[in-house]
Design a protein around this ligand. Structure first.
Ligand SMILES: [Zn+2]
Length: 132
């Protein structure tokens, strides 16, 4: 299952980023996923629910998904259209030369958790990861 290996990558990256930010226990991670990234969010959440408990730092860590709207731009007429799946024909002129300009994201956007000092609530912003 593709999403299982994505969840494994996500777990490794989250642990890596957490240690850089001084976080010892992760409460929540936020992932940005584009509508045309090809990632099955349900399958990813399922895999995460299983994998998170294999590491102390991610035990019970909540996975929050932010959806990014896919946008394609037509190379023939220049118009932009919203994409909810990989659909490579322009809805205006039916040209098959749509370029996807947004929506392929699979990004670990934010980490929230407790650091090892007294004040909790450490956060870390934006760390890009490759899809697949
Ligand atoms: Zn067009």
């Amino acid at each position: 299952m593709h999403e299982f290996s994505l969840a494994e990558d996500l777990l490794k990256l989250a642990i890596d980023e957490a240690s850089k930010a001084g976080i010892v226990q992760l409460d929540k991670i936020t992932v940005r996923i584009g509508t045309v990234s090809g990632v099955n969010v349900d399958a990813l959440e399922f895999a995460w629910g299983f994998l998170r408990d294999t590491e102390e730092i991610t035990k019970n860590t909540e996975l929050v998904v932010e959806h990014v709207q896919g946008i394609g731009r037509c190379k023939s007429c220049g118009r932009e259209s919203e994409l909810d799946r990989i659909f490579l024909f322009c809805p205006y002129c039916e040209s098959p030369s749509l370029e996807i300009i947004s929506g392929r994201e699979f990004i670990l956007a934010r980490l929230e958790g407790d650091d090892d000092s007294d004040h909790s609530g450490a956060e870390s912003e934006k760390s890009e990861m490759k899809n697949g």
